[in-house]
Design a protein around this ligand. Sequence first.
Ligand code: KIV
Length: 284
Amino acid sequence: MKEVTVSNLLEKKRRHEKITALTAYDTPMAEMLDRLGIDLILVGDSVGMVLLGYSSTRFVTMDEMIHHTKAVRRGVKRAYLVGDMPYRSYQTPAAAYKNACRFIDEAGCDAVKLEGGEAVLPVLRFLRKKKIQVQGHLGLLPQSVKPGTPFHLKAKDPLSAKQLMEEASLLEKEGAFSIILECIPYEVGRMVTALVKIPTIGIGAGPFCDGQILVTHDLLGLFQTFKPRFVKPYADLAQRVGRAVATYRREVSNRSFPTLHHSFSMAPEALRQLKRITQSLRHD
Ligand code: KIV
């Protein structure tokens, strides 16, 4: 399979072919998603809540993002790789450029993602001038939610929906290659998708977006802290992990694991010699 590019993603929208996207935070998962033909892999700042035990994505640092993104890069040969700019890493165009360069040059990303509409336009414009590809993110913006407060549906009234549509147009005009739409009514997802020529990737934005993204740990049933309505768990790995660990614990406790089958042995002559030369060490 060939490497995925921005033109491939645009072409998919033009042909009404769905774009598949998922998150990854480490090499083995990235390798699997890449091999299984996922088009776009996002190293999301969701890593903070899913893997690092933070109560909000706001606590994720640039260094943590770069660490995980480098690991993902080592597993990705074909998919389009996007790094998620963490909270307060893109407050000014200069800071955004410095941090985006770390994602691109140090961690090997194809693009970066920014949360926000009108507020991020100067940054988006500057990054595009510097030839950095940028993915937008509208609707529910987890970095804007105060830690400890729940996530809510966005753009549910006509005025905020219209504002979201205007912001989608502005992101397109300033050169974003795609927009993530998170947790908005499906009608709004559909209208934005028809309005812009760049691909929309939905997460809780209904079935009419150009593509779909989920947090991989949600899809696999591995993230148990909360389960948004828009998540469809395709497996229950937490239950399987639970069963495997309980069996391991029982077998170690009752001495049925490990057996000689899982052990190494010495050559008989080596063992005889060992016993001879260690005789003086025995206390019996
Ligand atoms: O951080 C993340 O994983 C994301 C996706 C939910 C789109 O931003």
